[in-house]
Ligand binder design. Structure first.
Ligand code: AKG
Length: 230
């Protein structure tokens, strides 16, 4: 997989490319994108933050489109003899199936909205992906617990591009060994976070539940699954 970000180096601001506004049109819908990003300094990983990757009007249109068109599923995890509903709805689109925590997610064919986003990620950041895991957090009771995206089929040092639409939720990161190394980010409407390098081997992340009244949120984590061998 190609992994080329529009800028390199340490510090708060990208040293190379400046803010770029791009309008992408497909099926009559425009997505306005701003690829100005910031490297966040972390040990044992690479983290890049694009707070306004999709502008709010385009982000709202995408949200409505995805909410309507995505085939959301309620999955269950086995806990001993019990089947426990995972606290969010999810969906899996792209070219390969995905196996995690004893679940198998059959891929659904890409939607037009996914293709638009894939094209933006490719054009603006040089990132290409073959799959996306989508999560719908209906309210503050929905969450995802501490985990890393480190399944073997993601390969070594996977690059994950995580786009947030809808309500702002807090995203926590914690280093596995140096547990005092923590980060908390507010993931807002249209924000993109890219995790790469050895991040998934050394860090875990979560979206905790919240008592604050929050509306629904859709998250798309684009990733590349290696095809099965043989
Ligand atoms: O909703 C988010 O921002 C995180 C989702 C996540 O961690 C995952 O899908 O692996």
């Amino acid at each position: 997989m190609r992994h080329r970000l529009g800028w390199k180096g340490e510090g708060d601001r990208p040293s190379g490319r400046r803010s770029v506004k791009v309008t992408k049109k497909e099926a009559g819908k425009r997505v306005v994108c701003n690829s100005q990003g910031y490297p966040l300094s972390v040990m044992d990983g690479e983290l890049y933050w694009y707070p306004d990757f999709i502008d709010p009007v385009s982000a709202s249109a995408l949200y409505r489109q995805l909410e309507k068109e995505v085939i959301w599923r309620q999955d269950y995890l086995r806990m001993g003899a019990r089947q426990v509903a995972i606290p969010r709805l999810q969906a899996w689109y792209g070219e390969q199936g995905y196996r995690y925590s004893g679940l198998y997610l059959e891929p659904q064919p890409w939607l037009a909205a996914h293709r638009q986003l894939l094209a933006l990620l490719e054009e603006q950041l040089g990132l290409s992906f073959n799959s996306v895991l989508m999560n719908l957090y209906r309210d503050g009771n929905d969450s995802v617990g501490w985990h890393a995206d480190d399944e073997p089929e993601l390969g070594i040092n996977p690059c994950i591009a995580s786009l947030s639409l809808g309500a702002t939720r807090r995203f926590h990161l914690r280093h596995r060994e140096h547990t005092e190394q923590r980060l908390s980010l507010e993931l807002g409407h249209g924000a993109l976070l890219v995790m790469s390098g050895p991040m998934q081997h050394h860090w875990r992340h979560q979206i905790p539940k919240t008592r604050r009244p929050v509306g629904p949120r859709i998250n798309l984590t684009f990733r590349s699954i290696n095809p099965p061998e043989g």
